[in-house]
Write a protein that binds this ligand. Sequence first.
Ligand code: UD1
Length: 325
Amino acid sequence: MKVLVVGGAGYIGSHVSRELLDRGHEVTVYDNLSFGQRVNLFPEAGFVEADILDPGALSRCLAGGYRAIVHLAAFKAAGESMTSPEKYAANNIGGTIQVLNAASAAGVKHVVFSSSAAVYGEPQYLPIDEDHPLNPENFYGFTKLEIERILGWYDKLRGLRFAALRYFNAAGYDPAGRVLGRERNPANLLPIIMEVAAGTRPSLRIFGDDYPTPDGTGVRDYIHVTDLAVAHVEALEHILREDRSLTVNLGSETGLSVKEILEAARRITGQEIPSVTAGRRPGDPAKLVSSAERARKLLGWERRHSDLESLIATAWNVYRREAAP
Ligand code: UD1
């Protein structure tokens, strides 16, 4: 099947492209390389270097006749979205509307959309299932929720079938070592720990050790990016087969604390990984854990790589290349 992967040179997008290619699909990546990287492009895939805010480029590209779009292009730093909401509104909401309108004009009826657990906000109960109240705590989460709602209307009005995938914390790298792009200026825990282990960052700041969690540090649900990538393909197959849209959580259903991850990373990498305790980061809940039962039941989705060992070992396999000998 011919699939356009918008944002396909990014961290998650490159893994999704890899999975689609592995399953024999014809992939074109559409990316402006603002965060995406050339090193994440695969020779078997087509590539269009263009912006989602450029409707002409989108419609020229879609004239190529695609069966489906996987749309991952977005800004994702929740903290920055609170200080630069205009940037997030323009790109995440405005840009996605351009993608959807171009899809509509080109007659593309199937879209997989990267949503986020950030649509839920402060948890009212755990584990978080898809019926949890939607009350984003940051503007980033609001942009994702807004697009989910627009997708709902395009489904009703245009027969667009979508899969909204609410990611928890994506981590790890392709276990076969085929994705090598390290994120630039990461804000997330795992890549920061990897940079410290590789010696390109002096230390990890632990954002709060006084949370009501067993060791006082924040607990999150880390899902391996290859398990996420597989879910994209399964979700796409599902909406094509069932002719029905879908909204699902994608998580490991397991909580891991900052300290648990740090200690495992020290053990697996054999590096010291210095850390300092800093104050809490505003907007960080103590604990987030998913229920991914819906994805397991509807998609038959199984996680294969989301254990702590694989999350860290596959990432270290990429970051160790930078480590001093
Ligand atoms: C964040 C966003 C989420 C977004 C996701 C992907 C918030 C509340 N959530 O998730 O909406 O989809 O990123 O980009 O902003 N930590 C440290 N030191 C660090 C970095 C992180 O201790 O240098 C801790 C955090 O306090 C948290 C955990 O590590 O407990 C995970 O943080 P992070 O990787 O930033 O992800 P989230 O904040 O869960």
